[in-house]
Design a protein around this ligand. Structure first.
Ligand code: ADP
Ligand code: MG
Length: 677
């Protein structure tokens, strides 16, 4: 038997894992899955009774605060609902058509009502008792029962039949848009081939430790992040980047979980545990994305709480005033009031806003853009200014042609190269990574007191000498032509000329952002001459020679001026600035975990144009939401007025309600087909 429970007070992912482990270790439980993201616990067990109590006891022993409780609404199966619907329609038809005696007719009709209305009634009751709120289920139940009582029996049945059909279609539509997201969820690797002596055995990726060695065969997913130690292959990165470009890897290259091995066999030394691997981070992010709700979303859910009771009270007032001040028959007034209840169902409005964001975040993930919450997606359309970091963001960050020039003849080129390469090995900066690739040396030397000075360079001691590598200010050198200077004991003894290319996508991105009326600017730690050259090429403002702290302060000024500012960085040394910006966007190389953590939106490949795309998506989503709301509300108001004057029969009101809901859903699904990305 499979059971689903809710979890409360579970606030650390680690506790979730502990609980899951304990449950799985229990002899009476076949399988347990704790979903930290949506706080659900699924249990498979041969036990038939008291499963909840049994599970609660185990969980209490592990985490005493955590509460496990029964699901409010049972997982519904569309097919069950279809069968119930058909049965209800059949009984109802029989009741109205068959030529049998009146009592039997009535019994058939009542049964049809009960079968069709039962679930809706239960839901309404549960909401009322548990959350003390009235919802659409309540409105539908009252309308149907009311219609029956005032002898509008066909109308009442029509209401619940149309409503049920609407719900079934709605569930299908929602499922469809979920698929977009679950396709992304497919990146989860099922197993890893772990090396044990000469053999490889299939294991759960979660059981692999750092420094374990795994093998990935053609067609398999890479289960954990690591470094290739044997073999070479092409990897399909589409799960991470949204584009099926092939990445060639060989010995020494880093690979990320979620990539698919296309041809060769590779052996990988694992560099991070499963929970820290790219795939886990991405899954966690997408699962949690809907938690950070946009203002509009919160507004709608708050509104729908007071909406239904308000509508209900209005309907009562309508009947009261009608019978006091007009001479319309009481039954007729009641009929109009019930129609009013039906048409007031908030379904279309309640579903369209969250579904739009959901679809939009799903669409973006498919394109290799991870958005951490609908609030960021929503905010993007209001961006006034976008600030770009330079190295690795505007430029490729993959430097070419490093040339080391000796300025002090006391040192040989080889010796300086040795010092530089060994020092940069300890730095994470894109410059450092390129230098160790470009300047070759095989000699390892011992380095002490290594320190990274963000935005300036690095320092360390070697052989008792104080070494500094960094920009001209850091090394206190007079000219600023080279990117990196080498100081030994505070004297500049060499420099490195190294060039970095502007990304091809930089110019078109900046141009189209400007066309949207967004101000673009570069913040960089690079020297004046170099920065102005880049800025001139791209026709963009630039602030240069900034330390990470200066970037932060400058950005703060804009934010204090009430501008909505997005900051685009690489996530390596820009974390505070990324966090401060209204929207932090990182271009994380392919799925670097630091980039994923530091920002609100992650562009998985390095394509700047995606920023443009995601802003378009934000506008498009907003447009869809507005269309849906305007359409739903205006149709409702019109039908409402018509029903007050008795022009619209009750069944037509339901028809309108269901129709509006479906049209808004279909309109929302257009987001999944959005082209301009
Ligand atoms: P940007 O703002 O363009 O991303 P950073 O703030 O990261 O640049 O770095 C600014 C400058 O500091 C670089 O242009 C370089 O001269 C120097 N620098 C930073 N890190 C290092 C390093 N690891 N080795 C040498 N120089 C460095
Ligand atoms: Mg940088």
């Amino acid at each position: 038997m499979k059971y689903k429970f809710n979890i409360k007070n579970l606030d650390c992912a680690n506790c979730a894992r502990k609980i899951e482990e304990a449950l799985n270790n229990d002899k009476n439980i076949t399988k347990a899955v704790v979903n930290f993201a949506n706080l659900k616990l699924t249990i498979e067990t041969p036990l038939e009774t008291n499963v909840l109590k049994y599970v609660q006891k185990i969980v209490k022993n592990i985490e005493s605060d955590v509460i496990i409780y029964e699901n409010e609404v049972k997982q519904e199966d569309i097919y069950d609902n279809i069968i119930i619907l058909l049965l209800g329609i059949f009984l109802g038809l029989a009741g109205f058509i068959l030529k049998v005696n009146d009592t039997l007719k009535e019994i058939l009709i009542v049964f049809s009502y009960i079968i069709l209305l039962f679930k809706t009634f239960l839901k309404a009751l549960k909401m009322l008792i548990k959350n003390k709120t009235l919802n659409e289920n309540f409105l539908i139940t009252i309308s149907c029962v009311g219609a029956y009582l005032i002898n509008e029996k066909i109308e009442g049945l029509m209401v619940i039949i149309l409503y049920s059909i609407g719900k079934i279609l709605e569930a299908k539509a929602v499922n469809n848009s979920r698929k977009a997201i679950s396709e992304l969820m497919n990146i989860k690797p099922e197993y890893a081939n772990k090396k044990m002596g000469k053999k490889f055995i299939k294991t759960n990726p979660e059981d692999i430790k750092v420094d374990d060695i795994i093998i990935v065969k053609p067609g398999e997913k890479i289960p954990l992040d690591g470094t290739v130690i044997k073999g070479s292959s092409s990897l399909n990165t589409s799960a991470l980047t949204g584009e099926s470009t092939l990445l060639k890897v060989m010995k020494g290259d880093n690979v990320l979980s979620g990539m698919i091995n296309e041809d060769g066999i590779i052996e990988i030394k694992v560099t991070s545990s499963y929970e820290d691997s790219a795939v886990s981070k991405i899954l966690e992010l997408v699962e949690n994305a809907t938690d950070k709700k946009a203002k509009q979303e919160n507004f709608v859910s708050k509104m729908s709480k007071i909406y239904t009771p308000t509508v209900f009270i209005l309907a009562i007032l309508f009947v009261l005033f009608g019978s006091l001040f007009t001479n319309i028959e009481f039954d007729n007034l009641l009929y109009r009031a019930l129609t009013f209840l039906v048409i007031s169902c908030p379904c279309a409005i309640a579903i369209s806003v969250p579904l739009s964001y959901f679809a939009s975040i799903g669409k973006a993930s498919k394109e290799g853009i991870l958005i951490k919450g609908s609030t960021y997606l929503d905010e993007l359309k209001n961006v006034d200014r976008i600030i770009f970091d330079k190295t690795g963001t505007i430029t490729t960050g993959k430097f070419e042609h490093a040339e080391l020039i000796v300025l002090d003849k006391k040192y040989s080129k080889d010796e300086l190269t040795k010092i530089v390469v060994n020092g940069e090995k300890l730095s994470n900066h894109p410059i450092a990574k390129s230098i160790i690739n470009l300047l070759d040396t095989c000699e390892n030397i011992e380095i002490k007191d290594f320190k990274e000075h963000k935005g300036e360079g690095i320092s360390f001691t070697y052989n008792g000498k104080k070494i500094k590598l960094g920009n001209y200010k850091f090394c206190q050198f007079k000219d600023e032509n080279a990117l990196i200077y080498i100081n030994i004991n505070d004297k500049t003894v060499g420099k490195i000329n190294i060039t970095d290319k502007i990304k091809e996508s930089a110019k078109p991105t900046i141009n189209s952002l400007k066309n949207k009326g967004i101000i673009c600017e570069i913040f960089t730690g690079d020297s004046k001459t170099k920065s102005l050259e880049t800025a001139k090429n791209l026709d963009i403002d630039v602030s240069y020679e900034l330390l990470p702290n200066d970037k932060y302060n400058l950005l703060e000024k804009y934010i204090n001026k009430k501008e909505v500012v997005a900051f685009v960085g690489d996530g390596i040394n820009d974390a505070p600035t990324l966090a401060l910006a209204n929207i932090g966007i990182s271009m994380g190389g392919i799925g670097s975990t630091s980039a994923i953590e530091a920002s609100d939106i992650v562009i998985m490949n390095d394509d700047l144009l995606k920023i443009n795309g995601v802003i378009d998506l934000s506008h498009f989503t907003n447009r869809i939401i507005k269309q849906n709301l305007i359409f739903a509300i205006s149709t409702k108001v019109i039908v409402l007025i018509l029903s007050a004057f008795n022009i619209v029969p009750m069944w037509l009101a339901v028809f309108a309600d269901v129709g509006v809901t479906l049209l808004t859903i279909l309109n929302t699904l257009r987001i999944l087909k959005f082209k301009k990305m």
